[in-house]
Design a protein around this ligand. Structure first.
Ligand code: SF4
Length: 602
């Protein structure tokens, strides 16, 4: 099949050790087999791992791939997604994280479908891309600056406000293992520590400016399909609510369903949910933001005008952050959550990992596992926003207890082994804000996610809530695999999945859009086949790094500690049922009983 549009078919490769760049052409077979974005990145990461089997995630041999996708920047809803792919310093296995905004679109307009960075610069540096002009400059002037200050300063220094910049904050420079990469003030590639990879390469920022139109095979067909997608979204009953509240609109739904992490996941129902929900957020909201070409504009700019956090201005929080700095640490002061969100964005750390681990510290202190000496003299308690903020800063700057937490779940357990039983994670990635005990599908989704306990691969919770016990194990496992096939596909194409998962946009339209853009008439099933192959590929990376069945479980506490209150009070995960689900999952995937793909060849 010949590609006639959509792709630029160029990859920009930069070696920071040598200070050199080279552009490589991508052949059609590679482009279509791995689709783009996360798919291309995973293949490049696997190839690099084959060359450097002993690489360290924070070593110069590790590569980080920055890849949007063949639909990024085109006329269709929410086409501004961009993935970062590497071996994660947090988990030691395959990692990726995507962010919205304009950065990936600009990279494509500069002429590249992907940017691959390896090596390590001698001193703090910045990559500047202006179409074909590539320059590696000193970034010493930005050393220690926050993400937002760095982005602003880079734009000023380049004299171009339209330059798109991906940056790290102090946490990335300090190699905090869950540091994120930030763009446009508040868009983050938050998970799996991609910011620490930048930091390990002495890379403070990548600035990109592009002037090319993106190639499209059939513009009329693209506009036609794009218009239908826009019309569908705008006429949806929930469209207005989505524009108003974004992901904050799901707080009440998840809490009522009894799946909201509360007090370090000890509970799944929060009595103070109305203090941290979407309606409360609206009291502070002063504006909207959106990623490229997105009518849903889920970003909420919030300002605190009075009180002790007056002057706090931030985009967000969204659902995960509101839970992690609200219910999960017992905070009912929404302004404290806004402050935590702003600190994490500015300092450049993932709100999910940070909130999860701070809750572990509070819980550990309450249970007597940690004492004040362990905590630099701090007295921790649920609901204390000031302590949460202090800990965020300690983590970002690796001070005191923050230096231990900065190494993530594994670092914390190494130092305080007794915390093992109260940390919620899979494969070292701190769990996101949906309880794993309310249904086997969520637990299986976390357990078999290729990056660890994140819902980006599977979010079967809504079906679990809707169907309760009225569906078979076979149907449940099928749903998890279906999610793990369709959801990562969005990260391959370079588009946001929220129009599909939240407002029900028919996924078939993406095959139509892909055909219009590229001239290659892949069906949705063809795309699913490729996405499934990419899942085998990321599993193969993980198998090479030691992952087996033993790693495919939610935290042990999901099997042993029942939910305390709410509609699922008293429930926990049935171990035997989970084992059956996992075995069936492997069979359906064509993996052996230990979770090793049998048909995939690297
Ligand atoms: S739905 Fe939200 S995250 Fe997705 S593209 Fe639109 S603004 Fe960005």
């Amino acid at each position: 099949m010949e590609i006639k549009g959509g792709y630029t078919k160029k990859i920009l490769n930069i070696d920071l050790t040598k200070g050199k760049s080279v552009v490589t052409d991508v052949d059609d077979e590679f482009a279509l087999k791995y689709i783009g974005g996360r798919g291309w990145g995973a293949k490049i990461v696997l190839d690099n791992l084959m060359k450097h089997p002993d690489l360290k995630p924070l070593g110069p041999e590790n590569v980080i791939v920055i890849a949007p996708g063949p639909l990024s920047g085109l006329y269709l809803p929410a086409s501004g997604k961009n993935s970062f792919i590497s071996i994660s310093p947090l988990t030691g296995i395959y990692g990726d994280s995507s962010m919205g905004g304009l950065f990936g679109v600009e990279l494509r307009q500069a002429g590249y479908d992907a940017l691959v960075i390896k090596g390590k610069a001698d001193a703090l540096s910045m990559i500047c891309i202006d179409d074909g002009d590539i320059e590696i400059r000193s970034a010493s002037a930005y050393e220690g600056k926050t993400s937002s200050d760095t982005e602003r300063a880079v734009k000023e220094d380049l004299g171009d406000i339209e330059t798109r910049v991906a940056v790290i904050g102090p946490a990335g420079e300090n190699l905090v293992k869950f540091a994120c990469i930030n763009t446009e003030w508040s868009r983050n590639a938050g998970r799996t520590g991609m910011g620490a990879i930048f930091g390990s390469k002495n890379l403070k920022a990548v600035a990109v400016r592009g002037s090319h139109d993106l190639p499209v095979y059939d513009m009329d067909a693209l506009i036609n399909a794009g218009d239908r997608a826009f019309d569908y979204l705008k006429s949806h009953d929930l469209f207005e609510l989505w524009q108003q509240q974004g992901l904050m609109s799901v707080i009440d739904y998840i809490n009522t369903a009894g799946a909201m992490p509360t007090h370090n996941f000890n509970d799944a129902h929060f009595d103070g949910a109305d203090t941290i929900n979407g309606d409360t957020m609206l009291k502070y909201k002063i504006g909207d933001t959106a990623c490229f070409c997105c009518p849903m504009s889920c970003g909420n700019i919030c300002l605190v005008k009075e009180g002790k956090y007056a002057g706090t201005v931030t985009e967000g929080p969204e659902y995960e952050t509101a839970c992690m700095f609200g219910s999960n640490v017992g905070v009912t002061d929404f302004t404290a959550i806004l402050r935590a969100n702003m600190l994490c964005d500015d300092l450049g750390i993932d709100t999910i990992s940070t909130g999860n681990l701070i809750a572990v510290l509070i819980d550990g202190y309450e249970q007597g596992i940690l004492n004040r000496d362990d905590l630099d003299g701090m007295t921790l308690k649920w609901g204390d926003g000031d302590s949460v903020h202090e800990l965020i800063e300690k983590i970002a700057y690796r001070k005191g207890i923050g230096n231990i937490v900065a190494d993530g779940t594994y670092g914390l357990i190494k130092h305080f082994p007794d915390l093992k039983n109260i940390i919620s994670h899979t494969k070292g990635l701190e769990m996101t804000a949906y309880d794993a005990r309310i249904g086997v599908t969520m637990a299986l989704g976390y357990g078999t996610s290729d990056i660890g306990a994140h819902h980006t691969r599977a979010w079967p919770l809504a079906k679990e809530i809707e169907l309760g016990s009225n569906w078979t194990l076979d149907e449940r496992v099928d749903l998890v695999i279906y999610h793990q096939t369709v959801r990562p596909l969005f990260d391959c194409l370079g588009v946001c999945r929220l129009p599909w998962i939240e407002l029900g946009l028919d996924e078939h339209i993406y095959a139509e859009l892909f055909a219009a853009a590229t001239g290659v008439p892949l069906t949705l099933e063809d795309m699913f086949e490729r996405s499934s192959h990419i899942y085998d590929l990321t599993r193969t990376i993980n198998v090479k790094l030691g992952v087996r069945r033993k790693d495919d479980y939610p935290s042990e506490r999901a099997f042993t500690t029942p939910i305390k209150t709410g509609p699922h009070a008293g429930e926990l995960l049935d171990r035997e049922y989970f084992e059956s689900a996992l075995t069936m999952y492997y069979e359906k995937r064509g993996w052996d009983e230990n979770g090793v793909p049998t048909t995939f060849t690297a």
